[in-house]
Ligand binder design. Structure first.
Ligand code: SF4
Ligand code: SF4
Length: 263
């Protein structure tokens, strides 16, 4: 009897810090079991051997920040049966999308001694702006449990079960004292999707939304709270424009805040 073919997995990197790929490598207990169930066919950060595509599952880390990346993601899309955007760079543009609210040329001139060597697009964009994405996993970095759940879903041909609630719920489960109530600090927990286990409020710091906007969240209702808890003028806008700032829901909230300032 011919051996059963394992599904193949490819991991790709675009503009990013590599943190989400490292989250995969940090799955110390689960990585061997994963390798028993899927063939890790392309993962440059983990192994030198490359199996040619097409692949069953493609995990894409990073945002589209250069012209070459636009062409490459289109080729990768052709090579993967299921394409999964991995982490907040891939789902919204990431922290490098801060340039979307400024001017790339002035940034490169301030930072680099030879800005003429930088060939970047004026904005950083998520993968789904360029090709159709099957599943999006937010987080900076992603939660390893969510990655495993998504891969298990593929192996068992079912939809992944991902939390549809906010960071606040995880925060309450941990028994944290709310930083908004206790110290009047800003926190995006009520409008941010769960997944991290409420890391920041657990060390007495407000959430800055790195798992992206919760789909069903009443962001408009949160705006007055964000304004009321500002420690300095403009803090609410800066908070919304941090890691997930290019997400449409957070962009819209910033527009509302800017509109209110103009009145
Ligand atoms: S600290 Fe933040 S995440 Fe925790 S309950 Fe308060 S608002 Fe929600
Ligand atoms: S609490 Fe918020 S900012 Fe901190 S890791 Fe979780 S989602 Fe990210």
């Amino acid at each position: 009897m011919a051996p059963i073919r394992k599904p193949t997995l490819a991991v790709y990197k675009f503009s990013s810090c590599d943190g989400c790929q490292l989250s995969l490598l940090n799955m110390e207990d689960e990585l061997l079991e994963l390798a028993e169930n899927v063939e890790i066919a392309f993962f440059l950060e983990a192994r030198r051997r490359i199996q040619p595509g097409p692949y069953d599952i493609g995990l894409v880390e990073g945002s589209i920040s250069t012209r070459g990346e636009i062409d490459r993601i289109k080729e990768i899309k052709q090579d993967c049966r299921v394409l999964i955007a991995l982490g907040t760079c891939a789902t919204s543009g990431g922290v490098q999308a801060l340039r979307n609210f400024g001017d790339l040329e002035s940034f490169t001139q301030s930072v680099y001694p030879h800005p003429e060597y930088i060939h970047a697009l004026p904005s950083s964009s998520p993968i789904n702006e360029h090709v159709q994405v099957d599943i999006e996993l937010w987080g900076c970095p992603v939660s390893k449990n969510q990655v495993l759940e998504v891969i298990a879903g593929q192996l068992h041909m079912r939809r992944p079960i991902l939390p549809g609630y906010s960071v606040c719920l995880e925060c309450k489960r941990r028994g944290n004292t709310c930083v908004i109530v206790a110290s009047g600090s800003s926190c995006l927990g009520p409008i941010t999707r769960a997944g991290c286990g409420a890391i920041c409020p657990s060390v007495n710091r407000g959430c800055y939304g790195c798992f992206g906007p919760l789909q069903e969240a009443e962001i408009d209702a949160m705006i007055p709270v964000l304004k009321a808890t500002e420690q300095y003028a403009g803090e609410a806008i800066n908070l919304l424009r941090t890691i997930s700032g290019n997400a449409p829901e957070f962009r819209e909230a910033v527009e509302t805040l800017l509109g209110a300032e103009e009145i």
